[in-house]
Design a protein around this ligand. Sequence first.
Ligand SMILES: C[S@@+](CC[C@H](N)C(=O)[O-])C[C@H]1O[C@@H](n2cnc3c(N)ncnc32)[C@H](O)[C@@H]1O
Length: 505
Amino acid sequence: MSAAGKKLEYGDYQTPAELADASCRVLAWLLVRPQSILEPTCGMGSFLKAAVETFRDAAMAKGFDINAAYVGMARSLLDQVTGAPEVSVERANFFDMDWASVVASLPQPLLVLGNPPWVTNSTLGCVGSDNLPEKSNFQNHAGLDAVTGKSNFDISEYMLIRLSEALQGKDATLAMLCKTAVARKVMGYCWRKGLEMGDCHIFPIDAQRDFGAAVEACLFVASFNGRGKDQSCIVHDDFKPASQCTHLGFRNGLLISNVEGYAEWGFLRGETGYTWRSGVKHDCARVMEFTERDGKLVNGFGESVDIEDEFVYPLLKSSAVAGSRRAGERWVLVTQRSVGEDTSPIARAAPRTWRYLLAHAEWLDNRASIIYKKRPRFCVFGIGEYSFAPWKVAISGFYKRLDFRVIGPRLGRAVMLDDTAYFLGCNEESEAVLLADLLNSAPARGLLSSLVFWDAKRPITADVLSQVSIERLAAHLGKDCVLKQSSQNTRSKNPQLDLFCDALA
Ligand SMILES: C[S@@+](CC[C@H](N)C(=O)[O-])C[C@H]1O[C@@H](n2cnc3c(N)ncnc32)[C@H](O)[C@@H]1O
């Protein structure tokens, strides 16, 4: 494997000495005073060196790394520190280590610090690497989630969770450079499981400058000393303890981006009879999506496409949902009305469409995601009767704006959205307008702003949206009767809504 491949496989981004020093200064400001220091993936040793130089009272320091050359370099680097405590650096694979025993062998207070590998399991899968824990689905995702995006995880997430488990009941501090999203996932995991993790801090770093990585990253600090039980984390604006901050936290089973905002608007969170859906997923835009040129459909290969209208729908991409691009500039071929539906009847119902699919079968049959395996040929996902609802209230998952849009049919056809947009399907325009008004109101924005992490790759998700109780929101805004009336039009289509309407009656 090339040097670049190895760097990728081991998530190998060595910490610049200045950043390791600055991180240790922050820890000293936070009154961390370790007796021992542990660096589980120490690389060339910059964090170990910074730590033993900063925490002169520490009695011992231990480092481990999988790379033998780095182990040698780290040893030489630490040999140069005068008056250093007893330091050992060993070659070890993180996944083979019994961290509870290592932790038990070290005097407390203990500082576990470093910068674990920057790589995800799916990247490792792509390069055929086995630098992975044995159990990849450690978050225990079920069904489709286990094979799609949700089961993708950062190796550092796994490592920080294992270390946090090993630190339970100890007088210890964990301080790691990692993606900010990883820090949040680790806190969420521990708090959900009832594990101790207190006095947490997130200090932003400039990952582009320090590691050439275009990602939000931070120094994540958590303590395990029995204090700080309120399940919240101080999110600093700057790399200084005294910097401006907000507080994220864990409330009623959910990670909240702003606990102050949530204290004001959290009462709007709750069950709802409305189900947020995402748009159509097909993973083959060049074949399945079309633009229009001189009244003709053109696919992503620039080919003019002559197929029946029957399975072709207007498409609004997420970018257009967030912006002002009109629906109908794009079209999408929707081969099913529900997930798993047999696609072979297309051959008779629309022979030219079937021939088109067969002619491009090589692309469709080779879609990489496992979700397409053992499914009807040319299938799509994110499809159901809701996709064909004539009216939709939609929002893009990628754009940093809480802006819900009403989308109506075009040329008599329901507009489809792509799989990065979320929507509620409605039969009537009036219902869509009402729902959009409710969701664009200040109280709804107040609640959603307290839930959304704007620096996440996809800040808005169906999980976040479904936290808003549309019924509570309507009641708060004095629109519950209008909502009840308008929802009666769709009652037969949504039995859950029946329950809500009956409760109001
Ligand atoms: C992001 S670098 C950081 C190195 C060091 N902690 C620092 O701050 O400079 C990640 C390190 O993890 C090591 N590593 C990757 N996979 C490992 C594994 N399975 N076990 C132990 N170390 C590993 C790499 O060799 C690399 O040195």
